[in-house]
Design a protein around this ligand. Structure first.
Ligand SMILES: NC(=O)c1ccc[n+]([C@@H]2O[C@H](COP(=O)([O-])OP(=O)(O)OC[C@H]3O[C@@H](n4cnc5c(N)ncnc54)[C@H](OP(=O)(O)O)[C@@H]3O)[C@@H](O)[C@H]2O)c1
Length: 274
């Protein structure tokens, strides 16, 4: 975590879950943070918690912002740079989940996932890019998901928004190569956060039968793996051994992965649907 000492880091969705865990590790490492989210109460509580562990001239700033709005994202970038003096690392983490059978989902859910998860990432990165480009230095971190490289039952609205972030990141990586800006994508498996708890409420039993095999990670484990990856300028970070194994298998033996998850699904359907 030495990389983050003295660094100025902006984190969307920094009021909860993985985003808050990222902010906490940066502050513990001696960096300054600007966290953003929509809900002001939770944002202020997170700012107070982070301020309590900040030392010396470390700064902690909270900025209310809806990442799905490009103008708000530009305002948040300007406020971050004014408050911290500069921005070294931008983390596009804010996101919402949706897990439901395609037939049960509202039309609006498909658009909301793209607006917040995908376009929220685009607006955040574009808001900071002129600053990073001018400084010819910086790092961009994007929180996708295990569902950003494999789709499973119940995630027809969510997974495409996470795949889209990966396509964006791969193009961006090459565009900023000559500007000394790195791009890192994180692919967390199920992580113990309020989002996962909310997602579990609408999760079809078929999805539970499949994802029950993937171990849930604590948010700080995901955050630490991601921040280490950003420090090493790695393009892809898959936290946890099960996630790494799934990523490897999906790339090299996709048929085997589908055979395993289809097997879990068929076993469930045979037992419960006659
Ligand atoms: N938890 C998991 O199992 C898991 C697995 C893979 C990937 N992920 C990804 O990890 C990221 C963080 O998720 P989490 O589990 O930590 O969720 P979380 O605890 O619910 O936190 C989500 C954060 O994003 C903010 N947010 C949501 N919509 C926003 C918007 N339109 N504009 C600005 N901020 C917004 C929330 O604050 P407000 O609601 O107040 O705005 C909150 O601070 C997401 O991109 C998610 O898809 C999570």
């Amino acid at each position: 975590m030495e990389f983050f000492r003295g660094k100025a880091v902006y984190i969307t969705g920094g009021s909860s879950g993985i985003g808050f865990a990222i902010a906490k590790l940066v502050v513990q490492a001696g960096g300054s943070v600007a966290i953003s989210a929509r809900g002001k109460e939770r944002l202020e509580a997170a700012r107070a918690d982070l301020s309590a562990i900040a030392r010396g001239d470390q700064k902690v700033v909270a900025i209310a912002c809806d990442v799905s709005d490009p103008a708000e994202s530009r305002r948040a970038a300007a406020e971050t740079i004014a408050a911290l003096g500069r921005c070294d690392v931008v983390v596009a983490n804010a996101g919402v989940a949706h897990c439901m059978k395609i037939a049960d989902a509202e039309d609006e859910a498909f658009e909301r996932m793209m607006r917040i998860n995908y376009l929220g990432t685009v607006h955040t990165v574009r808001a900071f890019l002129p600053h990073l480009t001018e400084r010819r230095s910086g790092a961009i971190g994007i929180v996708s998901s295990l569902l950003g490289f494999m789709g499973t039952y119940g995630y027809t609205a969510y997974a495409p928004s996470k795949f889209a972030q990966v396509g964006f990141a791969e193009c961006l990586r090459q565009e900023v190569l000559d500007k000394n800006i790195s791009v890192t994508v994180c692919y967390p498996p199920d992580t113990d956060t309020p989002q996962l708890a909310a997602e579990n409420e609408t999760k079809p039993p078929e999805t539970k039968a499949i994802s029950g095999n993937v171990k849930t990670l604590p948010a700080d484990v995901v955050a630490e793996a991601f921040l280490n990856g950003i420090a090493k300028k790695k393009l892809n970070v898959v936290p946890g051994s099960m996630g790494k194994f799934t990523h490897f298998m999906k790339r090299h033996m996709p048929g085997v992965v589908n055979w395993v998850i289809d097997g879990d699904l068929k076993k469930y359907q045979k037992k419960h649907i006659s």
